[in-house]
Design a protein around this ligand. Structure first.
Ligand code: FES
Length: 103
């Protein structure tokens, strides 16, 4: 069962950038492109690269892992080259300027 966490304000996340936040015991990477937010588990399911340090492509909604450069779709969590492989995604929204994650 998921729970909502306020993890900061939208202006805490650089536009076209990402931050890692804690939601309970999980560390989640939150990406921002203008008013759009995406949230994925901060640890790459391949070998543990930190997604918040990956290369964010806001136009395509992708993040490229910093370790071996696999590209993940931020909205659905699918690996670009093999949609059977997934990274966990989380619902995220802005309420009165605060970023609310369900994790
Ligand atoms: S650890 Fe992310 S692609 Fe290998």
């Amino acid at each position: 069962m998921s729970k909502d966490y306020i993890v900061g304000r939208i202006e805490d996340i650089p536009d076209k950038g990402a931050v890692a936040v804690k939601a309970g015991r999980q560390v989640i990477a939150v990406f921002r492109s203008g008013e759009s937010l995406y949230a994925v588990h901060n640890t790459c399911p391949h070998k543990g690269g930190l997604m918040c340090e990956g290369e964010f492509d806001p136009e395509r909604g992708l993040v490229r892992c910093p370790l071996h450069f696999w590209s993940w779709q931020l909205d659905r969590g699918e690996l670009e080259t093999d949609p059977r492989q997934m990274i966990r995604t989380y619902p995220v929204k802005v309420v009165d300027g605060e970023v609310v994650l369900s994790a």
